[in-house]
Design a protein around this ligand. Sequence first.
Ligand code: GTP
Length: 337
Amino acid sequence: MRAIVLVGGEGTRMRPLTRTIPKPLLPLVDRPFLQRLLEHLGRHGVEHVTLSSPYLEEAFASFLRAWSTRPEIDWVTEAEPLGTGGAVANAARALGETFLVGNGDILTDLDVTGLVGAHRAAGAVATIALTPVQDARPFGLVELDNERRVLAFREKPAELVPGLVNAGTYVLEPEAMRGVVPGRATSIEREVFPALIATHRTVLGYPSDVYWIDVGTPEKYLQATFDVLRGRIEGLSYARPHVDPSAEVEAGAKLGPLVVVGPGARVASGATVEDAVLMEGSSVESGATVRGSILGPWAIVGARARLQGAVLADRSRVATGVTAMEARVEPGETLPS
Ligand code: GTP
């Protein structure tokens, strides 16, 4: 089976990390998110994946070059952002058979084989994986009939209510995309699926309560990482904390269990790091404290600085002795500027 994986969003909620690194290429402990997604699809028999992104296209080049296993991947150029619907239609042009679509920022143990089986058994034109959430406010609810056909997509609710929401993985027949005007930006969730329902096509819902997280914000990114470290995701198992063999943790540095120290990263003596991800080449200087934070590649936290809830982009820096809550530091910049 073939799949299209959407990797072209700007990841605005994940800035400033996503100024230089597309969200699907952010590390999930020791590998890019996208790699784990491809591995998951491969385990469910997907043989070929098409990727496209109008945003930071060149950032994917080394990932594509290094990829040498199953599934095979290829790249379709998307000169202008086409939205989720336009991007799928663009990548699916050559596909004459049932295919899968996955959002590139979802971490899940979804039974993709079961999803495809349910789609075929129902003869649906589209099948949407659904996940139950306690708070549907950020998502919008999906309403099903007794046979799990989608009746309606409800706007984001104003109150805190539980319900089923779109989990960002779909099975589609090529005809599902026929209404999309080539080259026009369209949302698959807000335009394509509602249009199919309006014309009485069978759009099936596939609810499942397996592990699922939409890695859209720094908080969700850390939660996904901690869930992996705690062994909650199928097929991924690590020591806690996870320290890359090429990283350097000096004697007298303190690391909490929910910490990732990436390749070539360094934690100096007297520093404390808890609930944090230190990406490749980043460093925490002596006596600094870093909690609940993400350090992008080659970011530096100066000696005795204290950070809580910080997101430091590529090659950014926090000066010696600075204390900051929820800091966001753009690529190459220094706090305070
Ligand atoms: P935010 O800006 O923080 O909302 O993140 P995002 O840009 O990733 O948007 P969203 O989470 O809604 O996107 C869902 C999925 O679709 C993600 O995997 C995106 O990478 C992908 N995506 C969104 N827009 C486009 C697009 O125009 N083209 C392509 N190829 N993918 C897209």
